[in-house]
Write a protein of this length. Structure first.
Length: 225
């Protein structure tokens, strides 16, 4: 992946939140919302185009000598500023899928953040860098001898969602939502309409309209397919 991200898509995505994006997927009959990936370092919304990393048990990757590339390093080198690295670590092996040197390298590269369907290491280092990481939890256990990188830039499984490099993601304190690249324009348009309607509802509440009226049929119609 060498091309620059679509800045107009990235800018539109950044103005939304995970709830509006999730609601838009529901409205369009698409799957993409993953629960349980929480911000471990800094409370910061991240969004952008995805670069994927797939990890497997270490014994599933043939040894290639002392010069083997460290997991996550290729993703950092492939990433463009503003991209988000997404890591699949579903082996069941207790081991870190991301660490401190990687966080520094990603920060220097301009990566927006990391999302891992697994455990990560060196939380304090990433926090000191102000580098956002969303994950299932943390561990001090190294990946060395436990898990290894099988593929970078392919398709990964995060929760029950299939994610490809080049897709888009939004992550905030509420949840993580993935959006396929080939449908991103329709997804963004639906999400923007939902966000605008919710803003109008908030304005009505501030003007004294009863909450039962504001949260009535118009709200259900807004989220209907």
């Amino acid at each position: 992946m060498t091309s620059a991200p679509d800045t107009s898509v990235a800018e539109r995505l950044a103005r939304l939140d995970s709830c509006a994006l999730s609601d838009s997927l529901d409205k369009l009959g698409l799957k993409g919302t993953v629960t349980g990936l929480t911000p471990l370092t800094v409370i910061k919304k991240i969004s952008g185009r995805i670069v994927t990393v797939r990890l497997v048990e270490a014994n599933e990757v043939p040894p290639v000598g002392a010069a083997a590339r460290h997991l996550g390093a290729r993703a950092i080198e492939l990433a463009q500023p503003g991209d988000v690295i997404v890591v699949e670590q579903r082996t069941g092996v207790l081991a870190g899928s991301w660490g401190g040197i990687l966080s520094l390298g990603a920060k220097v590269r301009g990566v927006a953040g990391v999302i891992s369907d697994g455990l990560v290491r060196d939380i304090d280092e990433a926090r000191s860098l102000g580098f956002p990481i969303y994950a299932r939890g943390s561990t001090a256990l190294t990946a060395r001898g436990r898990v290894a990188e099988l593929e970078t830039g392919g398709t990964v499984q995060i929760g029950d969602v299939s994610v490809r490099s080049g897709d888009y993601v939004m992550a905030d304190s509420t949840g993580v939502v993935f959006a396929p690249a080939d449908q991103i324009v329709s997804i963004l348009s639906a999400a923007e309409r939902i966000a605008a309607r919710e803003a109008a509802m908030g304005k009505s509440l501030l003007e004294g309209v009863a909450v039962s009226r504001v949260m009535g049929a118009d709200y259900e119609e807004m989220l209907g397919r």
